[in-house]
Design a protein around this ligand. Sequence first.
Ligand code: SF4
Length: 236
Amino acid sequence: MSYCECPERAAAHFRGIYGPDTRASFSGGLAHRVFARHLDQGEIESVQFEQVCREEIGSSNLNYKVAALGLKPSALGRVIEEVGLLYEKFKRLPAEGYEASEVFFEIEPTAGVSLVGRIDAVFDEDSGYKLVDWKTGALGEVALQLGFYAMLWALDRGELPGGIEAISVATGERYAEVPSRSGVQETAERVARMIDALRLAWETGSDLDRRGGPWCRYCPVLDGCREGAAAVEVSG
Ligand code: SF4
């Protein structure tokens, strides 16, 4: 997904260079922890909600982000309130067939290449396993991301998932697909082309394409990137 937006930014991520943490990503990360806890352990009572959020922060890498973002207790309290509003919406979503949350995959299809992904939730339905990705903002373009999850699942399990779906808890938007063999094959070919391009760039020291967009603002290599500077200026 990141590669499709801007290959050069994706290359930075693959080298372990990331942009600054943001309040939105912190809030989204906390919401995902709360959703997973709800599905695994049942509904969280309102009176316990703040304490549960603090436990989830303390037991995860969100703890480091509180310091990195310089979140004061009052600001953290506002984030917890916002996550609470999202949780009220999340509780209304059906949970029948729930199987597992935050399902992590790391697959090595060939030497030196690891394909890594984390699927928010898996549901066991009549048509097969459905892979679900929760969004805490607008839905955005999700087809490539879901296609990548379907490919990971197929590589790991040896069969296609019955469905893939992205749901914006914030807006109620949904995108769903039934994966096909040809679609998974197409994703695998796209990933192979990306790996070839990254390897070539690293071997030859050449630059990859730079594509400016809203993502530039948080790009770790924005400094010194002409395309990124132009994109940030246009977006204000
Ligand atoms: S600043 Fe924008 S255009 Fe430049 S590398 Fe980063 S994402 Fe790409």
